[in-house]
Design a protein around this ligand. Sequence first.
Ligand code: URA
Length: 430
Amino acid sequence: MSTHAAPHDAVEVILAKRDGHELSDSQIDWVVDAYTRGEVADEQMSSLAMAILLNGMQRREIARWTAAMIASGERMDFASLSRPTADKHSTGGVGDKITLPLAPLVAACGVAVPQLSGRGLGHTGGTLDKLESIPGWRAALSNAEMMEQLESVGAVICAAGDGLAPADKKLYALRDVTGTVEAIPLIASSIMSKKIAEGTGALVLDVKVGTGAFMKDLDRARELAEVMVALGTDAGVRTTALLTDMSTPLGLTAGNAIEVEESIEVLAGGGPADVVELTLALAREMLAGAGRDDVDPADRLADGSAMDAWKAMVRAQDGDPDAVLPVARESHVVTAPTSGVLTRLDAMAVGLAAWRLGAGRARKEDPVQAGAGVRWHARPGDEVSEGQPLLTLLTDTPERFDRALASLEGGWDIGSEAPAVTPLVIDRVG
Ligand code: URA
């Protein structure tokens, strides 16, 4: 007879949540740990995840679940750095390249940015996939390399190591294939366990709302933001959130190399106005959280120091910041069928098209095409003339054009009157 009988069993925990009860601290600690160790099976955890999606969790349960995921792995510590740290997390959007100009910009303002990023899955792109289009650039760094680069350059964008919140890695992969991604307790604990374990001092969350986001409506996005801000604050991380629009894709590009190109334009003092606006808004939140709101990030974009930090950051990870970026072999132009005003460009339609052109992956082991993606030549509110290029589709594999074009059907409208102007930054939480 075993002297180490488990304090709970998976079926008991599943039944409790299925029947709408709150899970105890001990049930949560046990189930997260036992799942990470392989004692709770995938089918049991997927059943529990579905019960959580359907019946929700109290704030206490979410906080405990997050703590249990943090405890499943290592915690990083940046206290020995000579500057304060701040990080940003976006819940994911189309054309969302903001991390690329933001990290070096904030570093140029005197705050270190330890940005642990992921690869894209589905219609939203991944920051690492974008940076990997730069010849030579390397995503995998050891903890020692990361610390050294944070001290010398002030910004690192790299892959999260396997040691950080391993419970989340396993659970996220399971949620992805069991229809349980969209549960607020699971999204909040997934994001915040990684950010708290990463050890940043301040954090700004960019919670996307709209057709191209996980959260399609404002009330749910606000609830997610409030839960995450509370989790961060309670863990001693100065956390705020911006709720930002993701019904229209950001900037003028969605893909990999073409998003790097657009980010470099922003760092050079140009670039699309919405990308600049959101980069500066998030930079200001990060600087305030790190106690450096005396610095205006707009000055650092204008004086070239953000661009210097970008080049240093790329070089430190073996990339060549001056190399020519890969270009797709084939292109297909969609022209405006009539003259008028572009009244709508749907983020999900553009994201799906970029994904189908090869910019994203269907399974996590698939490769991505560096040059693939979509460029749009007008944004909602812009006048267009019949026959002018509206969108350019880019890929190395032209057999992908048909499916990409199908996903763009109904994804944009041309009308006679300019649409109402909607704010990019909708609200702030924290
Ligand atoms: N991003 C994450 O890291 N986790 C989620 O659950 C959703 C988005």
